[in-house]
Design a binder for this molecule. Structure first.
Ligand SMILES: N[C@@H](CCC(=O)N[C@@H](CS)C(=O)NCC(=O)O)C(=O)O
Length: 215
């Protein structure tokens, strides 16, 4: 398998964690978002949406969208399970996942921030206020919902942890104050003890030396 990734991409970071937790080997192919490689013809031929991540399977098929990739991993490599057995428990975790994947992350994507800056002429401070606003709303809700003993859903790691840790990384990068979120911080500390999470960290990626871009 080949993962098209960018070291600071929150969505690619999720997939790296999931691949590591499942113990799967993959080749990592960096796509340089800072220089716009995601909009080049070669990458658009793989993923017409021009976003990372994308996962090229051994048979050549390419899956786009981190949630589609992670669900595919969960279905094809069910152990260790990242969702519990019960339908209600699964739905609770998917709800937390969607808070991050649907209601926080899309609003801080590079192309969205670039639109705010280049088309709507917002300055850096206004852009940061925008991002912090959506983070605040999402994290406030999660802080009330997460079990955090020690992981999002309790003792068993789940997809919620896979999605939360990259979003917190990104929040900290944009100087968002995490002090009011002790449960979220506790989950992060617990996950960072695990090799699957540390190996997936942005600074541990081969493309970590390239100039920064958001994501
Ligand atoms: N919903 C998509 C979001 C993917 C996405 O937004 N990727 C960002 C990096 S985190 C990206 O490739 N941005 C490039 C751009 O905005 O030009 C997913 O979960 O895979």
């Amino acid at each position: 398998m080949e993962l098209f990734s960018y070291f600071r991409s929150t969505a690619a970071y999720r997939v790296r964690i999931a691949l590591n937790l499942k113990g799967l080997d993959y080749q990592l192919s960096p796509v340089d978002l800072a220089s716009g490689e995601q909009r080049g013809a070669d990458y658009l031929a793989l993923n017409p949406q021009g976003l990372v991540p994308a996962l090229r399977l051994d048979d050549g098929q390419v899956i786009s969208q981190s949630t589609a990739i992670i669900e595919w991993l969960e279905e094809t490599c069910p152990s260790p399970a990242l969702l519990p057995r019960g339908s209600t428990e699964r739905a609770l975790i998917r709800g937390w996942v969607n808070t991050i994947a649907c209601d926080i992350h899309p609003l801080n994507n590079l192309r969205v921030l670039n639109y705010l800056k280049n088309t709507l002429a917002l300055d850096e401070a206004a852009k940061t206020t925008w991002y912090h606003h959506w983070l605040q709303l999402g994290f406030e809700a999660l802080e009330q919902q997460l079990v955090a003993t020690p992981y999002c859903a309790g003792e068993q790691l789940s997809l919620a942890d896979v999605y939360l840790i990259p979003q917190v990384f990104n929040a900290r990068r944009f100087h968002f104050d995490m002090t009011p979120f002790p449960r979220i911080r506790a989950v992060c500390e617990a996950c960072q003890q695990l090799e699957a999470f540390t190996r997936a960290r942005p600074e541990n990626q081969p493309d970590a030396a390239t100039p920064p871009a958001s994501g």
